[in-house]
Design a protein around this ligand. Structure first.
Ligand SMILES: Cc1ncc(COP(=O)(O)O)c(C=O)c1O
Length: 355
């Protein structure tokens, strides 16, 4: 079988030879002692890029988000966030388990929260029945809503509301650079309304490990203390930080290629009988698509739409194309390790699998 086209996630990328060379040569020290020059360099660089006072290098996006929850809230507090957000769905219940924080979700199709919905969800005042709201969290791009870029009008209105009530604001910016490239905005501008921002290096940017949490000095010092307590204190982490610095220097502009391939993929899917996709939703590197349960092309597999999705993912896998495919959803993600040849192979496999 020719090599696999792996579209499951943008986390599957492998460090390039040039990135590995930089990692091997990186000056290092003990970062728990705050001694690692490569980690310092990356933290300072990201703080500046995001327009924040300080930044902390952590092992994962999940840890960056959870340190933010911890920095903004105390046990018994509540955070308002999107119903399809990563923090709400995919962080293993960490806000409850690690910080004693309850999460109040608001749903929408585009990652927006809506100032009216947020105002209705807030617990202000001192009613002892209610968990006081301390934090509002957004995600940009919004993975669960198709990788869309947040509407700045919505963000500004909700952030203004949060400021009026003295609430904290966190942005899960795992794919903030995808949002910046897609919207022609700087990450600093997208981060400006928020107190804390997480940024992942190991997704579209192609580094093997690592995320940063940026914010004011006080919150980042607090996060540093809890990073250690949560087991995220790494020693000669400069090897990893150097990969992140390399990714920021070399892999940002090329995200536009991933976005273009994702759009081409979606446009072709729209022409395949048995499949459907909302082409307009594809703004960045994620493509959520679906089977068309009315089509005989997929009805021959099963009468159940969930089973149809699973069969399609399995048929693609037999053809060397891996996607994130479950009974609930089908997703293909474009990244550093998928070139035009990979895109064409994925489309050919899709046509063959459904045909
Ligand atoms: C939007 C978003 N936030 C946070 C994360 C968590 O990142 P990690 O897997 O590094 O914990 C992910 C992971 O895919 C994500 O998609």
């Amino acid at each position: 079988m020719p090599h696999i086209v792996d579209l499951r996630s943008d986390t599957v990328t492998r460090p390039t030879a040039a990135m590995r060379a930089v990692m091997a040569a990186a000056p290092v020290g003990d970062d728990v002692f705050d001694d690692d020059p490569s980690v310092h360099f990356l933290q300072d660089k990201v703080a500046e890029l995001l327009g924040k006072e300080s930044a902390l290098f952590v092992p994962s996006g999940t840890m960056a988000n959870q340190l933010a929850v911890r920095a903004h809230c105390r046990p018994g507090d509540e955070a308002v966030l999107h119903a399809r957000s990563h923090v709400f769905n995919y962080e293993g219940g960490a806000a409850a388990a690690l910080s004693g924080v309850t999460l109040r979700p608001i749903d929408s199709m585009d990652g927006s929260l809506g100032a009216a919905a947020v105002a209705a969800a807030l617990h202000l005042g001192d009613d002892p029945h209610l968990a006081p709201t301390r934090l509002i969290a957004y995600e940009n791009t919004h993975n669960g809503c198709g990788g869309v870029v947040l509407d700045p009008v919505d963000v500004d209105a909700v952030c203004a509301l949060a400021r009026r009530h003295g609430l904290g604001l966190h942005l899960d910016g795992a794919r903030l650079y995808n949002a910046a490239i897609a919207s022609g905005t700087s990450i600093a501008a997208l981060a400006a309304p928020f107190d804390t921002v997480s940024l992942c290096l190991s997704k579209g940017l192609g580094a093997p490990v690592g995320s940063l949490l940026a914010g004011d000095r006080g919150r980042i010092a607090h996060a540093r203390r809890w990073r250690k307590a949560m087991g995220g204190g790494m020693r000669q982490a400069g090897i990893l930080a150097a990969a992140g610095t390399y990714a920021l220097d070399h892999h940002v502009e090329r995200l536009a290629d991933d976005h273009a391939r994702a759009r081409r993929f979606a446009a072709s899917i729209a022409t395949i009988d048995g499949l459907r996709v909302d082409v307009g939703q594809v703004q960045t590197n994620l493509v959520y698509f679906d089977v068309d349960p009315a089509s005989p092309a997929v009805r021959r597999w099963s009468a159940d739409v969930g089973a149809m999705r699973v069969v399609l993912a399995a048929r693609l896998r037999e053809r060397g194309v891996w996607i994130a495919g479950t009974a609930a959803r089908l997703r293909a993600v474009f990244h550093l390790d998928v070139d035009d040849g990979g895109l064409e192979r994925a489309l050919a496999a899709l046509r063959d699998a459904v045909g």
